[in-house]
Design a protein around this ligand. Structure first.
Ligand code: MTE
Ligand code: MO
Length: 199
């Protein structure tokens, strides 16, 4: 249940169950991109999983849409301190995509069209914790928010949810992605406020 409170500083911020420490609630959907929005024609879209031994599994857009899709309702938390509760998505679970992939690796690097990368441990992509989403709020995902398809890993800060995703690489050792190499936390648990290295 949402509880509205005014706080003391004259700033009106809602305090709500389900909000991690240091976060405030937003009702709009901010756009945060480190560069220009790439436009990816659907006939050039692909998602490729590459194992630590170089084995590749790839889906084109038609093959991807033929996979089992799920509706997901989840809260999202950006490291810049906004959170949005109860967002609704439709996408393909990473459990489905990784089902027939043979790997002994523990880490992944997620890759995007445009060059963005972010590292996520493999176990954080499994057991209904991550999806490649192509709908938001019942509509096709807008390019600014990562359309045609983006990763969502909602239990970690939202920079781990790569927009315009096009693949993931399995790795034996953890390596930093784009923001992690710039000082952001390697894991990014919002409940532990793992914003920056050393948190
Ligand atoms: N490819 C790509 N994915 C990205 C980003 C980016 O710059 N490029 N920004 C990240 C950050 S910091 C956040 S908070 C969310 C923002 O998603 P939104 O723009 O849909 O709110 O996307 C994440 N995924
Ligand atoms: Mo972010």
């Amino acid at each position: 249940m949402a509880i509205i409170s005014r706080g003391f500083g004259g700033r009106r911020r809602e305090s709500v169950d389900g909000l991690p420490p240091g976060q405030y609630l937003t009702h709009d959907f901010p756009v945060l991109s480190a560069g220009p929005t790439p436009r990816i024609p659907l006939d050039r879209w692909h998602f490729t999983i590459t194992t630590e031994t170089g084995q590749k599994t790839e889906w084109n857009w038609t093959e991807f849409l033929a996979l089992k899709s799920e509706d997901v309702t989840t809260d999202i938390h950006c490291v810049t301190k906004w959170s949005k509760l109860g967002t609704t998505w439709r996408g393909v679970s990473l459990d489905t995509l990784l089902e027939d992939v043979d790997t002994a690796a523990d880490y992944t690097m997620v890759h995007s069209f445009g060059g963005y990368t972010t590292n996520v441990p493999l176990e954080d992509l499994l057991d209904s914790k991550a999806w490649i989403a192509y709908k938001f709020d019942g509509e096709d995902l807008e390019p600014e928010h990562g359309g045609p398809a983006r990763m969502i890993v909602p239990h970690l800060y939202f920079w781990k949810s790569a927009k315009w995703v096009n693949g993931l690489t399995l790795m034996n050792e953890d390596e930093p992605g784009f923001w992690e190499a710039a000082g952001y936390h390697m894991y990014g648990d919002p409940w532990l406020e793992q914003r920056y290295q050393g948190d």
